[in-house]
Design a protein around this ligand. Sequence first.
Ligand code: 173
Length: 497
Amino acid sequence: MLSGREVAQHNSRESCWIIVHGKVYDVTEFLNDHPGGSRIILKYAGKDATQEYDPIHPPDAITSNLPPEKHLGPVQPDTVEKVEIRITDEEKERLERIERRPPLSEILNLHDFESIAKAVMPVKAWAYYSSAADDEITIRENHAAYHRIWFRPRILRDVTNVDFSSTILGHRTSMPIYITATALGKLGHPDGELILTRAAAQHGVIQMIPTLASCSFDELVDGARPGQVQFFQLYVNKDRGITKRIVQHAESRGIKGLFITVDAPQLGRREKDMRQKFEAEDPAEVSKAGKDLVDRSQGAARAISSFIDPGLNWADLQWFKSITKMPLILKGVQCWEDALEAYDQGMAGVVLSNHGGRQLDFSRSGVEILAECVEHLKEKRGLSFPNEKFQLFVDGGVRRATDVLKAVALGATAVGIGRPFLYAYSAYGPEGVDRALQILHDEFEMNMRLLGAPTIKDVLPEMVDASNLRSHIVAVPSDSLFNTNYEVMQHALLKVP
Ligand code: 173
């Protein structure tokens, strides 16, 4: 077994060993191939890199990318020097803010989690989760679009008991929502997506496992209760052999729906995230980084997304049908024409989504696209919604059960919620997600009563007025809870001498 002292001698570009999860790897020849650049590895040359590695890599990234002869075996744990983490003043203040969090009982809605997460998360992690594309118009529109839909509730119906359970692709859910896929879950909490797996079981909702989770796929399936339904979000690899293996493995592990992401042939520019990475640099280090072949200004997300195939196209869908029996759903459809094509090609549904505003800025909100899909699929294929055979999902900007009910009234089967659950656990750990789901549950119960809808089937198109939905300029009262959380973007700043 290697000793920490031996590993510590290999601390240069000429010979670079690192420790991850108690095992030593020789990464000397891998330095220039690392998608995140060599400099971040060199920072940990001869040391334990586990803490830095964990949140931004799938657990098997290192073992599957390095040839077996570079796996040098375990290190004696007590001989490894702890990596010194310098606590900056900024970090001290953040730790103090964590102490001053309000008790969970004072968290009343999903906006509250976002506000606390902003205050207590490490700056880089917050920047990654909260950022969106370009001028961040679409991320705000995702939420604002719900402000252009108003209710037409019905009265004098017996709403003593309301039941908002429903089904998604034939599987029971306690509410018409699902936990949608989001990458890099451990940036917000060391347990990452596993928190969502457990909360989903406890509350009877379905989790969509992300391709780029911080936890491994198998960990998240093993973490589920017997019989717990899970979906899988797929980024399609340029190497279709790898994609086939991933898809068939997912199916063999009991995944009940494959959501193929179709809105990210290239990752959008998230400037809050990028600027954060710049500001975190030590200027002296940046000038030394000439040898580093990778443009690190693009941030971790872009670096780890280079495997995604921009050549993915409609002709590939029949191949997917040939390799799996799972229902196929396209995630990221943005107009009725593509929804119609997906239907004609035998997909089980589409997610009307702009990727949480993180891809093409000025793409329209999912709920606006929903309305046009319902109209055109009815007219051109005689479909009515919600529809068992071709299901419409929406995600982006959802913060209230009323948002979900608006989408359901317009014909959605269910609505995906992503960031709010990340914020809930980043701020309060597993109890945060538990409370977030309980809040949604309570909001559903009350709002179904007030709508006069005892069951989800009673939430009908005539219960909403969406006549302004397509008009992108409408004055409505501003949503101050949302607006005070929303962080204004920054220009470039002059360097302080
Ligand atoms: O939105 C994202 O950040 C995302 O989907 C992603 C994709 C690749 C790598 C990391 C994140």
